[in-house]
Ligand binder design. Structure first.
Ligand code: GLY
Length: 340
């Protein structure tokens, strides 16, 4: 498969492609003019479009990243919302986090029945003294705040893939490279064309016209995970971190590995010391791989980062991790560099 950098150019009529107008800094890292939004994966280009509606009107980065996550949470061809694959007991449980330019943050985990966990995370951040809520308590909080309780009926695609998984599962959570690397199917939510479950996360980081950085991250977590398992996405400093003086970073892939190194916090601290976003992401991946190089051949983790200046970087364990960048001049999907 490709070692090449893949540029998939997707035109949005209102976004003329003038990539040559971007500038570069002394590190030769391209600087994207603000406002700019970056999301994980190819499908991030559509999440970016939702964010862009806010950013192009000089809106707030926090509203933009929430819109991106909300879009992903209901998108048919994405796999982070209630239509996604369930845990090994057949229940869909969702995790999400959000962080603003003032260091405020909120995360919800092991949340069931709620369509937009990202908005529950924001509500928690903005209206309570707490930063993290899980399970039944998080659901109760959501319902008390006007979120609708949705059915726990699996989507037809998730139902089919769960049934298939049950045939050979031995009730064990499965981690393999195929279900952690491929971009989402355009036709069947949560199930790849080869019938394998897809594990994905939509992470979005944005720099608005006023120079404020915010981020969001939403996921259904690992397909067929053990009941109660929570990954990196709702954990501030693991799946998402923002420091308005420095930058923002988020991740996708096997959350356990990201949690072990406090991945996004590490990236922001390296950037504070002058590392470029790409080099900081690369160092985080190096630390993950170094812990167990043999095991690392069998999982994927990808990071993306955006600096206060508008530099973007990414790095992954495996090939085929993609990310999407949108600003006034560019609307493109890039393939990340990778360790293997
Ligand atoms: N990165 C998402 C998860 O591991 O749940």
């Amino acid at each position: 498969m490709p070692n090449r950098r893949k540029f998939i150019q997707l035109s949005i009529a209102s976004l003329p492609l003038l990539a040559s107008c971007q500038t570069a800094n002394t590190n030769n890292t391209q600087i994207y003019k603000k406002p700019v939004v970056v999301s994980t994966w190819d499908s991030g280009i559509r999440a970016n479009a939702a964010a862009w509606k806010v950013l192009q009107q000089n809106g707030y980065a926090l509203d933009a990243v929430e819109e991106a996550s909300k879009y992903a949470e209901i998108e048919k061809s994405c796999c982070v919302g209630l239509a996604a694959n369930p845990d090994r007991d057949g229940k869909v449980t969702l995790d999400a986090s959000i962080m603003d330019d003032k260091g405020n943050c909120g995360g919800v985990a092991f949340l069931q029945h709620i369509q937009h966990p990202i908005s529950v995370a924001r509500k928690l951040m903005e209206t309570t003294p707490h930063v993290f809520m899980v399970g039944e308590g998080a659901e109760q909080f959501a319902l008390q705040n006007g979120f609708e309780k949705m059915s726990d009926q699996l989507s037809p695609e998730a139902q089919a893939s769960y049934k298939k998984w049950l045939e050979k599962s031995e009730y064990k959570p499965v981690i393999n490279i195929e279900n952690l690397t491929k971009p989402q199917s355009q036709t069947a939510p949560n199930v790849l064309e080869n019938g394998k479950p897809n594990h994905d996360t939509m992470g979005t980081i944005a720099l608005d016209a006023n120079g404020n950085l915010c981020g969001s991250c939403t996921t259904s977590g690992m397909a067929f995970k053990m009941r109660g398992r929570v990954g990196d996405s709702p954990i501030i400093g693991a799946g998402l971190f923002v420091d308005n003086e420095v930058g923002a970073a988020t991740s996708s892939g096997l959350g356990e590995e990201v949690i072990r190194i406090c991945g996004t916090h590490l990236i922001i601290e390296l950037m504070r010391q002058g590392w470029t976003p790409e080099n900081a992401c690369k160092e985080a991946i190096n630390r993950i791989v170094k812990r167990n190089p043999e095991k690392a051949k069998d999982f994927q983790v990808g990071f993306i980062a955006l600096s206060k200046k508008g530099e973007v970087g990414a790095f992954a364990v495996q090939k085929e991790f993609t990310y999407s960048i949108t600003n006034n001049e560019i609307n493109q999907v890039f393939e990340s560099k990778s360790y293997f």
